[in-house]
Design a protein around this ligand. Structure first.
Ligand code: SF4
Length: 118
């Protein structure tokens, strides 16, 4: 059975189909299917230390919701912890795009920032 993993590159809308082959030790042996260097970098990251940008919403003091996201990708295994932290936030009604809602969320080095104005 082939020791490989198939991925869809999510770096750009083209969505190239990537194939990562591993040797017997589990190390990456070959990567194919990418049409630019970013796809190769994505495949390596996804197979070694996968990350994601988290997008969500926070509730403001008056009950309205505002879109937020992590300012940079965070380790994939931290997603639930980050979402739990975001769900606890009650933001001020003066929230503006770029305002930091949570600093260094869930022990990562990423802030959660507003992506819309109130
Ligand atoms: S490999 Fe390059 S062109 Fe293909 S989806 Fe990824 S970023 Fe886009």
């Amino acid at each position: 059975m082939a020791n490989e993993r198939r991925l869809t590159c999510i770096v750009c809308p083209k969505g190239c189909d990537l194939v990562v082959e591993f040797d017997d030790t589990g190390a990456i042996k070959n990567i194919s299917g990418y049409t630019c260097p970013r796809g190769k970098d994505y495949a390596i990251a996804e197979c070694t230390a996968p990350v994601r940008t988290v997008t969500s919403t926070v509730r403001c003091e008056d009950g309205e919701v505002v879109a937020v996201k992590t300012a940079k990708p965070i380790p994939k295994e931290k997603i639930f912890e980050v979402m739990a932290a975001i769900n606890k936030v009650v933001a001020p009604n003066t929230l503006k795009i770029g305002d930091v809602v949570i600093e260094k969320v869930a022990g990562t080095d990423a802030d959660v920032v507003a992506t819309a104005n109130r």
